[in-house]
Design a protein around this ligand. Structure first.
Ligand code: R5P
Length: 302
């Protein structure tokens, strides 16, 4: 079994390889001055099983192409089985047409990925349960929610004083899953609307009672708009302690500054995307998904 690491995410690659006790091979990636890229796997992997780890993280268009080139080089080198771990699936929010005339980015990414002979795709906390139905290749979904649950238990003694909050109705399933991993603290979903042209977010009503400690749970933080609006909403509703938990730290634009300056106690994220030092901030805490990914991969080693 060979493991092809992600050069743009060396910390997760190393943690994963260490847990599985397999050496990591780094693909040679050469970027030409015009932006074109050439990938080479120098090792002889003919007839070998291969695990590849690579997130489709920002800049997503470059990483989609890089991933396709790595898969192409693995296939051309004659790998017998390819298991692709894609901790962050860029374009996952573009899973259908929101307005007529729009492209569907995830469908394009899926077509690219499924043009290779992949045995399994592993994704982490998918944006929507509908995504699995779009693929014909077997998919395993791994979640950071058990680690979020452990973190919540370490932060609060009385789980009945806690409310798990989804900043939008689409995330209700996620907070309910997290609640079921704990002693069923109450859950609340806020009614979020986003202007599709400007991207502006408006939070409206919510159903349910907010306790003195709230955890806002989301699948990703991109611009930070959703998370910071939700944090401010809870602060305006006299919530005493607010924590944020989101699987994928996309952290685009001013997200890190907005979060650091908000009335949140701490922001917990998973290491599905490598965070540049300039985007790290004091309230940020990174939990590793490596253990969960390794559990998933163990069956391929047999
Ligand atoms: C939306 O449906 C997602 O679950 C996230 O709430 C959203 O993508 C976060 O984006 P941003 O940080 O830009 O508000």
């Amino acid at each position: 079994m060979y493991f092809i690491s992600d050069p743009s995410h060396s910390s997760l690659s190393q943690a994963f390889a260490k847990r599985l006790k397999i050496p990591a091979i780094s693909p040679e990636i050469h970027r030409f001055p015009d932006g074109e890229t050439r990938v080479r796997i120098a090792e002889d992997i003919a007839s070998k099983k291969v695990i590849l780890l690579k997130s489709i993280c920002p800049p997503v268009n470059d990483h989609v192409m890089e991933l396709a080139l790595v898969l192409d080089s693995l296939q051309r080198s004659g790998a017998s089985e390819i298991h692709a771990i894609i901790p962050y699936l860029g374009y996952s929010r573009a899973l259908h047409q929101f307005r007529t005339g729009e492209s569907v980015g995830l469908d394009i990414v899926r077509k690219i990925l499924e043009s290779f002979h992949i045995s399994t795709f592993v994704f982490v906390d998918l944006h929507s349960i509908k995504i699995k139905e779009l693929f014909t290749t077997p998919i395993e979904e791994v979640s950071i929610l058990p680690l979020f649950a452990k973190t919540i238990r370490s932060l609060v003694d009385d789980l009945l004083s806690v409310t798990l909050v989804s900043p939008d109705k689409g995330g209700l399933r996620r907070v309910e899953m997290l609640s079921s991993l704990l002693a069923k603290p109450s859950v609340v979903a806020i009614d979020k609307t986003r202007d599709l042209s400007s991207g502006d977010i408006k939070l409206g009503d919510m159903r349910g009672k907010l306790n003195e400690t709230c955890f806002v749970i989301d699948d990703m933080i991109s611009t930070g708009g959703t998370m910071v609006e939700a944090i401010n909403y809870l602060a305006n509703h006299k919530v005493k302690k607010i924590y944020a938990m989101a699987t994928h730290p996309v952290l685009s634009g001013k997200a890190s500054h907005l979060l650091q300056d908000s009335p949140v106690e701490k922001v917990f994220v998973a290491d599905t995307i490598e965070i540049e030092d300039s985007k790290k901030f004091p309230k940020l805490e990174i939990l590793s998904i490596a253990g969960e990914l390794a559990k998933s991969a163990k069956s391929w080693l047999k």
